[in-house]
Design a protein around this ligand. Structure first.
Ligand code: MN
Ligand code: MN
Length: 466
């Protein structure tokens, strides 16, 4: 007679197990994970905006043998192509052995992050201090952005249509910029404001200088002095800001957090953590069964509108052109395709447990997070992956020993949010969110766990190779 199973045996067999990823990894794996994260941190430092990320991706793609996509060319298994959309979004594809009409494996991350954009006419001088007026981009807690050293990134299109590329505050010895805040001694009235207005949108003014132009009695002499400096350095006048895109982002570098160096702190990990892991997986892809398509898109943080966001037709056009180069229809490719919408989820925060439902929250060091549905209230705005597709993804992850967990964005009715998943699913593609849990999401300094970053890379690798 077989030995009776104990409660412990039965629980192990029947209960869902959730175990810290670190405890499930060998020392060798932890070593690989730590090494992978060094590359990730370097990427965070090098690519702080969508334009810089797109540039990084194009450079790495070229190094890995990708060539610009040409819709009039014929492609065969193993060919690697890319397409850059207006310097702000990139699509990479590795052609697989199976016919393209059998569908492709899509992975989609976004490379824009919350930040302070300069207004179109940004320069003001107030009481001998000069500022750039800003308009915040994406969902931020405005009070988090003052007193943080900020760097300035972007482009200025001059009257003669030439482009000046700006990147100030990143190199050793560069000046930085910042938004001021009141000292506590004089902030009693400010602290009574509602927290959405502790610092108001129109108070997010970037300090850019304070020395006046000498030997003149004209007004706005600080501004004049700065414009003189900018004219010397870039050949620009104030009018050129009208056709510029300048973004202020945290100037600090990504780094390890904790005595054990288990976590990564850095700006813009939503969603460049998924962008990097997805990119590494696709750059290393070879001999694929199905064609892999990696999308690195812009404008997710403002709702995916615009021609570089995923509500634009640029992805559909690419699929149409790819299909046409095989004499097939884009709609057939899309209808048979599967997609991992590679975006982050909110990591359970033990300091603020009330907003999470612990059974259904992702945790740091829990592995890559699979999110069946996003949205808010009654699942409004979600594409909600089918049980069948969740099952497929689950099987792929388990078969490849990827450490993963599930999680939804907070308690029911507490808040919510969306990703690009719905826009891809709307093209009749099986789509699900898969990404890294992030603590302090949308803050200037976001937190991820190294084991989760590595698990995301392994997940995208497994999916692309499925
Ligand atoms: Mn995101
Ligand atoms: Mn976001």
């Amino acid at each position: 007679m077989a030995k009776k199973e104990t409660a412990k045996d039965l629980k192990e067999k029947l209960f869902l197990q959730r175990k810290n990823a670190y405890l499930r990894m060998s020392e060798a794996e932890v070593g690989k994970c730590n090494k992978f994260c060094e590359g990730y941190k370097a990427f965070l430092d090098e690519a702080k905006t969508e334009r810089e990320a797109a540039g990084f991706i194009e450079r790495e793609a070229k190094k890995a043998g990708f060539v610009p996509f040409d819709k009039n060319k014929k492609y065969k298994a193993g060919d690697k192509v890319y397409l850059v959309n207006r310097e702000k979004a990139v699509i990479l594809a590795v052609i697989g052995k199976e016919p393209v009409e059998n569908g492709v494996n899509l992975v989609a991350a976004h490379i824009d992050s919350p930040r302070l954009d300069m207004k179109q006419n940004p320069m003001i001088e107030k009481d001998d201090v000069a500022y750039f007026k800003t308009h915040y981009y994406g969902g931020i807690k405005k009070y988090q952005w003052p007193t943080v050293p900020l760097s300035l990134h972007g482009v200025i299109i001059k009257a003669d249509n030439t482009k000046v590329v700006v990147r100030i505050g990143e190199d050793e010895g560069d000046p930085v910029f910042c938004v001021s805040d009141l000292l506590p001694h004089l902030a009693s009235a400010q602290m009574k404001r509602p927290s959405t207005e502790i610092v108001k949108g129109e108070e997010l003014n970037l300090i850019i200088g304070s020395r006046p132009f000498k030997d003149d009695e004209a007004s706005e002499r600080v501004k004049l002095n700065l414009l003189m400096l900018l004219n010397e350095k870039y050949g620009i006048t104030e009018e050129d800001f009208l056709s510029a895109e300048l973004e202020a982002v945290p100037a600090f570098k990504a780094c390890d957090i904790g005595f054990d160096r288990s976590l990564i702190g850095g700006y813009g990990q939503d969603d460049r953590v998924c962008a990097y892991t997805e990119l590494m997986a696709v750059l290393e892809a070879k001999a694929l069964r199905k064609t892999a398509v990696a999308i690195l898109t812009d404008k997710e943080e403002t709702g995916s509108d615009g021609n570089t966001g995923l509500r634009s037709a640029y992805l559909r056009y690419f699929i149409d052109d790819l299909a046409a180069s095989f004499g097939k229809e884009g709609r057939d490719v899309l209808s048979n395709s599967k997609c991992l919408s590679a975006d982050v989820n909110a990591a359970y925060d033990p300091t603020f447990p009330d907003v999470f439902e612990k059974n259904n929250a992702s945790v740091l060091n829990g592995g890559v997070c699979v999110t069946k549905y996003t949205g808010s209230r009654g699942k409004s705005g979600t594409s909600d992956a089918s049980a069948e597709f969740v099952g497929e993804v689950r099987a792929i992850l388990d078969k490849n020993k990827v450490i993963w967990q599930t999680g939804e964005l907070g308690k029911v009715d507490i808040g919510g949010g969306g990703t690009v998943a719905a826009y891809i699913a709307n093209l009749n593609v099986d789509t699900i969110d898969v990404g890294v849990p992030v603590m302090s999401m949308h803050a200037p300094f976001e937190i991820t766990a190294k084991t989760d970053v590595y698990a995301a890379y392994k997940a995208f690798e497994a999916f692309i190779n499925s």
